[in-house]
Design a protein around this ligand. Structure first.
Ligand code: UDP
Ligand code: MG
Length: 340
């Protein structure tokens, strides 16, 4: 028994577990950050003000998702200035979904809030999220009433994206809701058990179930810096969302195949009848071409859909870790590792 290891002071694992529970901060805040140097100081100032106002114990987990600007330096500065700050530095850019997962894996709070670094999600909404949590909700998500400072096309595509995916997926994914939300301890523990590579977090949040509720807010424009999304990435995100949570495209492919085959059968019957009845001079090149091209197109599209799913299975079977951590500076207020 070494006195250096505080765990060894407890004789039974139940005691140890009880002591750990006592040490949990009330609130963990996870901030995924990719090239956010311009906004971090302001974000931290506003987050700290909110936490101070709440008067709860808290840890702030900033996840550096392979930033190429001064983000990491600023985070280390915040870490040495504020004992509540933890800095999780990933080994490269893994994307926001994975950065959030990494943050969740390291969060220990009774409640955990995920918030964007760019102040588009107002930290001042956190007390309202916590009020709902104290009423017994496990997931309190923030639904946008408006989105400032985003292009009409982005708003429109976002709007339809949430509706299309809602229509296709068997689980209900809340509309116009980003990742800004509060999760109870058991919700975080449940999420930590979902280790799939293709992570559509909005779907995973919905998948876990439990008691969920919404609060509404107006989404501000970015306080500084630029969005990390472009239409290419958004398209990939949409495909990810659909294929991770719905097999509707596979079904659609089979139905299109079935309908085409039936049409072809009827058409063939008609041609046989016509040829027997009237004979057939050499003709029919256009109809032949149309049929061949149409069938070829349908087949390629169906194979493409299959390929999307197969590619995802290929990635899952590799069983790689979701991310690699380069360094983890835990909050200076406690040195104990209590990951889930
Ligand atoms: N982000 C990240 N990794 C990425 C891209 C984005 O951690 O590869 C973070 C980013 O720093 C921000 C949040 O995800 O905190 C949302 O990104 P952004 O504001 O660019 O998205 P938008 O609000 O335009 O949808
Ligand atoms: Mg943003």
């Amino acid at each position: 028994m070494s006195l250096k290891d505080p765990d060894s002071l407890y004789t039974s694992s139940a005691q140890r577990a009880a002591a750990r529970v006592k040490e949990r901060p009330t609130l963990s805040i996870i901030v995924p950050a990719y090239n956010e140097a311009e906004v971090l100081d302001e974000l931290h100032r506003r987050l700290s003000a909110v936490i101070d106002g709440l008067g709860v114990t808290a840890e702030l987990i900033y996840v550096n998702d392979g930033s190429r600007d001064a983000t990491l330096d600023i985070l280390y500065r915040l870490h040495s200035a504020d004992p509540r700050v933890a800095v999780l530095n990933l080994s490269r850019n893994f994307g926001k979904e994975i950065a959030m997962t990494a943050g969740l894996d390291h969060s220990r709070g009774e409640a955990t809030v995920i918030i964007d670094a760019d102040l588009q999600d107002p930290p001042e909404l956190i007390p309202e999220l916590m009020t709902r949590w104290s009423q017994g909700y496990d997931v309190v998500y923030a639904t946008r009433l408006s989105r400032d400072g985003e292009s009409a096309l982005k708003k429109l595509s976002a709007r339809y994206f949430y509706r299309v995916i809602g229509g296709m997926s068997p689980i209900e994914i809340p509309k116009d809701t980003g990742d800004f939300r509060l999760l109870s301890r058991r919700a975080v523990d449940a999420l930590c058990r979902l280790r799939e590579q293709h992570r559509f977090m909005k779907g995973l949040f919905a998948w876990i179930g439990y008691r969920q509720t919404a609060v509404t807010y107006h989404r501000d424009r970015r306080s500084a810096g630029v969005t990390k999304w472009n239409y290419h990435k958004l398209w990939g995100f949409a495909i990810e969302g659909i294929t991770s949570f719905s097999t509707a495209p596979l079904k659609a492919a089979s139905y299109v195949g079935l309908i085409t085959a039936m049409t072809a059968f009827l058409y063939a019957s008609w041609i046989i009848y016509k040829t027997l009845r009237y004979g057939e001079p050499v003709a029919g090149y256009p109809s032949l071409m149309v049929a061949v091209l149409f069938l070829g197109g349908v087949q390629l599209a169906a194979i493409g859909v299959l390929g999307e799913y197969l590619g995802r299975m290929f990635n899952e079977t590799k069983g790689r870790p979701l991310y690699l951590v380069e360094t983890y500076e835990r909050p200076r207020q406690d040195e104990r590792d209590l990951r889930c």
